[in-house]
Ligand binder design. Structure first.
Ligand code: ADP
Ligand code: ADP
Length: 225
């Protein structure tokens, strides 16, 4: 059974149809990268999976369960955004812990979970800092930590590295890849950067004009005759 299954997803704004029936099965633990030019519908697809955007028609299932009518926080999903949306007035610990604010678990367990995530992200020494005292890469790591802390079945990344400089992007690419090998959650990662797609993906989904144009491994997609 696929961990994440999307069936005939359609998105229409008034008279403009921006997605024309997107279908894809993503296996448990798979790292899938969506690529395609700006405006082709990558972000809309992700936001519909996350429940942040109304689905015009079609189905989204996670671990065999239809989630169309569930609130974002009821889906076993966490999303990391391009602008990393961390709270400037909160410490790193509080920002990571924000991901657990609605979780029903004892406080001590939450603290333990935050500590575990900090170890995985190499941020143990930074837990008491505010975002203004962090580098861009460290801030992005906090945003990833906030998503990770709930141990979601599926991680959605919407161009999380686009605002970082080239060197940091390369570094974060490797870090996210390592993180995936360690944690093993299913990932859908959206980018318009081919290098990112090639180096990170188990499978690449190429989108164009609201359609899926091609799906394959990096070598199938970029070295086919
Ligand atoms: P991508 O992530 O691939 O850059 P998006 O999913 O953001 O693409 O956008 C897909 C298309 O949907 C674009 O043509 C965009 O202009 C259109 N779109 C996004 N939001 C709205 C909206 N609220 N109303 C009308 N069109 C929209
Ligand atoms: P969830 O409800 O799935 O736990 P998050 O904890 O990631 O979601 O964030 C909840 C909402 O708050 C998201 O839509 C996110 O974009 C928004 N958000 C988080 N941090 C900020 C911020 N610093 N400024 C503005 N919005 C934020």
């Amino acid at each position: 059974m696929a961990d994440l299954s999307i069936r005939d997803l359609v998105k229409r704004y008034d008279k403009t149809q921006v997605l024309h029936g997107i279908s894809l099965d993503v296996e448990d633990g798979e790292f899938v990268v969506f690529v395609g030019p700006s405006g082709c519908g990558k972000s809309t697809t992700l936001r519909m999976i996350a429940g942040l955007e109304e689905i015009t028609s079609g189905e989204v299932s996670i671990a065999g369960r239809l989630v169309n009518n569930l609130e974002p926080k009821e889906r076993d999903i966490a999303m990391v955004f391009q602008n990393y949306a961390i709270y400037p007035h909160m410490t790193v610990r509080k920002n990571i812990g924000f991901g657990l604010r609605t979780a029903k678990m004892p406080r001590a367990d939450k603290e333990r979970r935050i500590d575990e995530v900090a170890v995985i992200l190499g941020m143990t020494d930074l837990l008491d800092r505010k975002p203004s005292q962090l580098s861009g890469g460290q801030r992005q790591r906090v945003a990833i930590g906030r998503a990770m802390v709930r141990d979601p079945a599926v991680f959605l990344f919407d161009e999380p590295l686009s605002n970082l400089d080239a060197q940091l992007r390369t570094q974060m690419r490797l870090e996210i890849k390592k993180l995936h090998q360690r944690v093993g959650n299913t990932i859908i990662f959206v980018t318009h950067d081919q290098v990112e797609a090639m180096t990170m993906a188990d499978r690449i989904v190429i989108m164009k004009d609201g359609h899926i144009q091609q799906v394959g491994t990096p070598s199938e997609v970029y070295h086919s005759p």
